[in-house]
Design a protein around this ligand. Structure first.
Ligand code: PMV
Length: 347
């Protein structure tokens, strides 16, 4: 099949882990399984233009971010293309123009690597499909997730919705270290419209890159126990997604967030990635939950921002609480309202 030139455009969302991926082996194989909610509003939109070229000796691409050339992202993309070439042998036959933008503010401290790598992987799979039109949808999405994983581990959870598991877990036979899979069982209605309001506590550059963070788990004194705990927590969550137990959900999700940070505090070198406002927010959430019995909880990524998670039918009260009591702890009062979503979309 010959495909000379053209373009595709995909959007891919960010995701928020409930059981955290922290620690990896070679080839972006996770040290433990993780599970996430796919988000809906925080996404990357990437257009991939391609044109057959003469010289097939090297990768050739231009990179635009919000319409402007972006040289500093190029090494990351170059490395990504090198890693995935064995899966997409046609990459050196084309010149690519990768034109990308995010729906969330760039210096928000929200990692765009998951949505960005997922959006690029989807586009590359569209080109592969143009070359091999007989491929099935299942193959398309599975391989897109595998490619995204090689760009940024957590990106493999951004291809599909609404709840995605990545990493071998014995109770989920379809699960794999190589790609994310949709949670295979029915999800209780308590969770299907979950809300995630992201409080932008610190919009600066990440203090510790996730690459460095994952590496610190290699010599970590608590690593093995932590990896075992992630399996246990995922097992519990599987039951909770089916039975709708919100109290049990909260315990696991908050414990996972604090454990992620505890791992960083107990590695060598050690880091504290929360800041005073992160703790103020956590304490305010605990107080509000105790007083109102509303099942709102928090989770954290490898930074100071707080994700506030709550069921849709509590939105009005929780949003009022956020405006009254939490926005003051956000940088410039900024926060982003998001919710569970369905994964990548061809535009
Ligand atoms: O995908 P990476 O390598 O940037 O790692 C992300 C790790 C966490 O966001 C902290 C946890 C997770 O599972 O998403």
């Amino acid at each position: 099949h010959s495909v000379e030139s053209g373009f595709f455009q995909w959007s891919a969302p960010s995701n928020i882990a409930l059981v955290k991926y922290w620690g990896k082996k070679d080839n972006q194989i996770p040290a433990n399984p993780s599970v996430s909610f796919t988000l809906n509003n925080c996404k990357t939109i990437t257009k991939l233009a391609f044109a057959k070229k003469e010289n097939q000796g090297s990768f050739s691409f231009d990179l635009l971010f919000e319409g402007q050339p972006k040289e500093d992202f190029k090494p990351k993309i170059q490395k990504f293309l090198e890693r995935i070439e064995i899966y997409l042998p046609f990459l050196k036959d084309y010149h690519f123009t990768i034109d990308t933008e995010n729906t969330f503010p760039h210096s928000s401290g929200i990692a765009s690597s998951a949505s960005g790598m997922a959006a690029l992987a989807m586009n590359l799979m569209s080109l592969e499909k143009a070359l091999n039109p007989e491929m099935t949808d299942d193959y398309f999405f599975q391989k897109a997730s595998l490619l995204a994983r090689l760009g940024s581990g957590s990106a493999c959870r951004s291809v599909k919705g609404k709840v995605v598991v990545w990493g071998n877990q014995k109770n989920i036979p379809a699960s794999s270290d190589l790609f994310g899979v949709e949670f295979p069982h029915a999800i209780h209605e308590n969770f299907t419209n979950y809300q995630d309001t992201i409080l932008l506590v610190d919009k600066g550059e990440k203090q510790v890159s996730s690459t460095v963070g994952h590496d610190l788990m290699h010599e970590h004194p608590f690593a093995e126990r932590r990896f075992a705990q992630a399996h246990e927590n995922l097992d519990h969550l599987i039951t909770i997604f089916e039975n709708g137990d919100l109290d049990a959900f909260i315990k696991i999700v908050e414990s996972e967030a604090l454990t992620l940070h505890a791992m960083m505090m107990t590695s060598m070198p050690y880091f504290i990635l929360m800041n005073p406002n992160t703790l103020q927010i956590i304490n305010a959430i605990w107080k509000f939950r105790k007083e109102t019995k509303i099942p709102v909880c928090f989770t954290l990524d490898a930074g100071a921002n707080v994700h506030v998670l709550y069921p849709e039918n509590t939105s009005e009260k929780v949003l009022q609480f956020i405006k009254d009591e939490l926005v003051g702890y956000c940088q410039n009062g900024q926060y982003i309202c998001d919710r569970i979503g369905n994964g990548a979309v061809l535009i």
